[in-house]
Design a protein around this ligand. Structure first.
Ligand code: BGC
Length: 719
């Protein structure tokens, strides 16, 4: 029997000084069956209903992940057209990953959390943390690249930042949501090691280390079951083995069946359709409960999880007011953009451009003018403003140089545009071609994958012709995923990759081009020379056939494949140049004698010997010499980013814990660190290895995946 509220009662759950779980239990026992079911599904595109009798407020969710999305109409899947919902727009997730700066990820998370509070949102739908399995995936730009360790570290920082503001973060999309092609129905078949070693670690870190409050189920199926109703993913692994106490929300429209949702771990159903009462976790669930088809214990478990998130996000208490569009937030956006820019090539030290040595500059290309924030699907952000690359360049040097702009090519371009751009390049002292992709259909966007790796709209020819007209041609690529560059890369002296760099992107690009900022970004994904070099494509294991995609490459994703198979990439994982030079020396592996803490610490000095302040990302990879089960040649297990003044030297220490040596053994059902020899590789990229050291583990240890405590009754009743 639910406990009604008496008129003069001040119930325990409204007392902020009480422990959270006590408040949850107190509120739960007062709720009627109908009220419990009411909070398990949406009542508008991004909200769940209020329950006035108990003072449960309406709860607001929002995309995510690069800023708080604009307001939606209450009754249809459309923006509301408000004028007060402009926000700070951060660079895309892939740009954040390219910073390799976990503290900065946390700072970005704080900003997002503050803006969410100011906009009245309790759940922010990010970070996006699916692994880049194919360079063609339309949402690669939202995610954090191909490596589970890098993704984990960045996601943990981001989530901690968001949640420090009393806003729930949402780790998405759980799991194996690695292509947009057929995303709503594709069934992913993969082996257990690939699942555990590549596709789950970031989610596990989000749960165990960052205490993420919500997880979003993916649209696709895994091993025949939709991910939003996947018993193995949600009940066995997420809630059972990892002990997740928060709520699982469906991707919008990702629920398919009442029994599946009820029994296989979904706690909140959201969607784009307006018949909310008919959602699987609405009336059909209520009817089933009334008939005794579904147990009340399962319902209470879902309600508890929802209430926990409500209490954690100040649904009943005064929370922090948050802040919106502050100068500090914009500065963080710019810092992420600056640190995320990857200098891919810089022959003759042509960059940074010396303003005093030139008089004119030809800026060329559609992407110099393109606005990117308000595109790409659900991660679209209504930015308060957006500095384009051209605007950034004019802001920085417009008063000193004669800057011209020509589009060169692009959508609806006439043939005269190319000649015009070539002429402008010929007449200028230097040319900057801002090329790349965009968020249009079949580029970096939700719902479609790319069709190939080429730059679209004749940009290859444009760059080649501009370069032929001006030897001082610099290419800036605005793109969220790998592209090929063969028609021009050998001839163009400098290439910088800015990704989608948020509202301050143009300023960040200009500050890198003219040397106010020394680039320090490193690639979070391999750039292949050809699509066929990329594992899923080499094996014909994309996009699948007859509704199923088989991850034939198993563990060999990204550099794990290129290194193991010895295939030369265009640019390797971890690559990124600087205007200064870093020398590595004095390497040591310190073995830990104790029974706790890391097994070993890799220590070395990094010296800035190039005469200019800059930051270096040093990477540690582990290679097991003779594993019992095959392993990729090497795996990233540590990194550090250090800022060094000219001539400064610093000793850095990177701990390697048991997990750094382990792989998942499906037969033993756990993580195995095997006795035997390892090689520790320290590099400035995955291919620029500066040192190799030997390390031996003298005993084998197995860390079993925790036995799954069943959370809710899980058997689907027979119809
Ligand atoms: C996307 C999610 C997003 C949701 C709500 C879905 O289409 O896959 O990432 O959070 O829409 O907009």
């Amino acid at each position: 029997m639910p406990f009604p509220l008496e008129a003069d009662e001040r119930p325990l759950y409204l007392d902020a000084s009480q422990p959270r779980e006590a408040r949850v239990e107190d509120l739960l026992r007062r709720m009627t069956l109908e009220e419990k079911v009411a909070i398990l599904h949406g009542d508008s595109p991004f909200s769940t209903p209020a329950i006035a009798r108990l003072g449960i407020p309406r709860r607001w969710l929002s995309d995510g992940p690069h800023g708080v999305r604009e307001e939606f109409a209450p009754d249809r899947w459309e923006p509301a057209g408000h004028t007060d919902d402009f926000v700070t727009c951060m660079p895309a997730g892939i740009a954040l990953a390219a910073t390799w700066n976990r503290a900065l990820a946390q700072t970005e998370g704080q900003v997002i959390g503050q803006e969410a509070r100011a906009r009245g949102k309790q759940i922010m739908l990010g970070p996006g943390m699916n692994i880049q399995r194919t360079p063609l995936c339309g949402r690669n730009f939202e995610y954090m690249g191909e490596d589970p360790f890098l993704t984990s570290r960045m996601a943990v920082g981001y989530i901690r930042g968001v949640q420090s503001q009393g806003v729930a973060s949402c780790a998405k999309h759980f799991a194996v949501n690695n292509q947009e092609w057929d995303r709503l129905s594709i069934n992913v078949e993969l082996d257990e090691r690939a699942l555990r070693e590549l596709y789950l670690p970031a989610f596990e870190a989000a749960v165990r280390e960052a205490g993420v409050l919500t997880v979003m189920g993916a649209y696709n199926k895994m091993r025949g079951q939709f991910c939003c109703e996947n018993d193995y993913l949600l009940n066995v692994i997420l809630k059972g083995q990892w002990g997740f106490q928060g709520l699982v929300v469906s991707d919008w429209g990702g629920a398919h069946d009442t029994a599946g949702c009820v029994l296989h771990g979904l706690d909140l159903e959201m969607g784009t359709e307006g018949n909310y009462d008919q959602y699987y976790l609405a009336r059909p669930y209520l009817d089933g409960l009334r008939k005794g088809v579904y147990p009340i214990a399962g319902l209470d478990d879902k309600v508890r999880r929802n209430l926990r998130v409500m209490f954690a996000t100040y649904a009943f208490d005064a929370g922090p007011p948050g802040s919106l569009n502050t100068a500090e937030h914009q500065a963080v956006s710019r810092q992420v953009a600056e640190e995320g820019i990857v200098l891919l090539k810089n022959d003759r030290h042509i960059l940074p451009l010396d303003v005093s040595a030139i008089k004119s500059l030809a800026v060329i290309g559609e992407n110099a003018l393109a606005l990117q924030a308000h595109g790409g699907g659900s991660s679209t952000v209504k930015a308060l403003y957006e500095i384009t690359p051209l605007a950034g360049i004019i802001n920085r040097v417009g008063d000193r140089l004669n800057v011209t702009y020509s589009k060169g090519c692009g959508q609806n371009a006439g043939p005269g545009l190319l000649d015009q751009a070539v002429r402008a390049a010929r007449e200028a002292d230097a040319a900057i071609v801002v090329a790349g992709l965009g968020h249009g259909r079949y580029f970096d966007t939700e719902e479609t994958d790319r069709k190939d790796l080429k730059l679209p709209c004749g940009q290859d020819e444009l760059i080649a012709r501009v370069r032929a007209a001006n030897a001082n041609t610099i290419v800036v690529l605005v793109a969220g995923s790998p592209v090929t560059m063969d028609p021009w890369l050998a001839d163009v002296p400098a290439v910088a990759l800015s990704w989608y760099s948020g509202m301050e992107g143009g300023n960040a690009i200009a500050r890198v081009l003219f040397g106010d900022v020394n680039p320090s970004g490193k690639l979070p994904c391999t750039f292949p020379k050809r699509l066929e070099d990329s594992p899923a494509h080499a094996l014909g294991a994309y996009p699948g056939a007859n509704g199923t995609v088989r991850y034939e490459e198993g563990l060999l994703v990204g550099y794990r494949y290129f290194d193991t198979k010895d295939i030369e990439p265009l640019f390797p994982f971890g690559h990124g140049l600087s205007y200064t030079r870093f020398d590595y020396s004095n390497f040591k592996i310190i073995k830990n004698g104790g029974s706790t803490g890391p097994l070993a610490t890799v220590q070395f000095d990094i010296a800035n010997t190039g005469g200019r302040t800059g930051a270096e990302v040093a990477q540690v990879y582990v290679h097991q010499i003779q594993p019992t089960l095959p392993r990729p040649f090497k795996e990233l297990k540590g990194f550090v980013k250090v800022m060094l003044a000219a001539d400064e030297k610093q000793t850095v220490s990177i701990p390697l814990d048991e997990a750094a040596f382990s792989y998942y053994d499906p037969e033993k059902g756990g993580w195995l660190a095997e006795k035997g020899d390892f090689e520790i590789l320290v590099g400035a990229s995955s291919r620029d290895i500066r040192w190799r050291g030997d390390f031996a583990l003298n005993q084998t240890s197995l860390k079993k995946a925790a036995a799954s405590a069943p959370v809710t009754p899980r058997t689907i009743p027979k119809k």
